[in-house]
Design a protein around this ligand. Sequence first.
Ligand SMILES: Cc1ncc(COP(=O)(O)O)c(C=O)c1O
Length: 358
Amino acid sequence: MAKSLFIPGPVDVRPDILQAMGTPMIGHRSKDASALQRRISENLQRVFMTQNPILLSTSSGTGLMEGSIRSCTAKRAVVFSVGAFGDRWFQLAKSNNVPADHVRSENGQPTLAETVDQYLATGKYDVFTVTHNETSTGLMNPVAEIAAVRRKYPDILWLVDAVSSMGGAKIDVDGLGIDVCITSTQKCLGLPPGMSVCSVSHKALEHARQVPFRGSYLDIVELYDYLVKKDFQYPSTPSLSHMYALDKQLDYILNIEGLENRYARHLELAEITRAWADEHFERFAARGYESVTLTTIKNTKGISIADLNKKIGALGYQISNGYGDLKEKTFRIAHMADRTVAELRALLKVLDEQIATM
Ligand SMILES: Cc1ncc(COP(=O)(O)O)c(C=O)c1O
């Protein structure tokens, strides 16, 4: 049975977007493919608030995380991690033989600007990475404060994982000075999983040209050079189905809902969920750093989250258990993509009724 997904991706996808996925194929070397990819890139530049080129990748976001850290690091990367997905970036660096250091905040605590400053001041690094929205702990990092200290180190490339926030929270890529910003389709953009996108600065591309072994499929220089040479096309066959859906959804986000309305809706959903969490449980992320796209909640009642999910599952809903070590200690309610206030209120009512029986 299909359930209403309140998990942090994949999210529920609107029927018109699913229908767009079924558009008949075109040749990926055709003029129509170039026009489609160009239009998507230009519209994504508006969502990312950037003039930087956009790259589309037929991989989930992890692919571009791997490709970007490998392609961009000539000297050494410092990975600031606030949870499981920051840890993943460090693992991706290590498994690609990219020299890297791992700076880990306690779960629920942010990456502080002064910590970033301290590490960048050492002169050891040419790349640093930050998770904008950590999906395991429901924490949103203070990127404006990090951007302010980073201005002292303009030559160090800044890579940002915005996998679970771009399209739901405002991220002014150019204003912040982010060199590579990555997101996946199955989160706030409201598409099925299977594609990811990033913006990449010319500074990052020029720096990456000095890196001798950047891999191949996920080499951001190769992707960019091909796109320039071949009018927005890609070296290998991309998921055209995702592109049709993305094209339609970007038109919806930009021209029907509007970006500001989308951000406001995400914030309203977050505030409703936080208020519910405060009434029944506790928020997990440190105050002031809570995500606007999902809420991680401490299981202060010690109920079985697996059982709760079974109960609400029978009624057509699904939430997420805690991630990794936080399983059963926390649970997560995602409120991203095209989720409405009415749908969220319906879930919270069902949760109230089921928790009362436990
Ligand atoms: C913050 C964050 N980063 C990275 C990833 C990995 O993205 P993907 O599953 O698209 O590879 C996820 C997935 O949930 C995520 O939430």
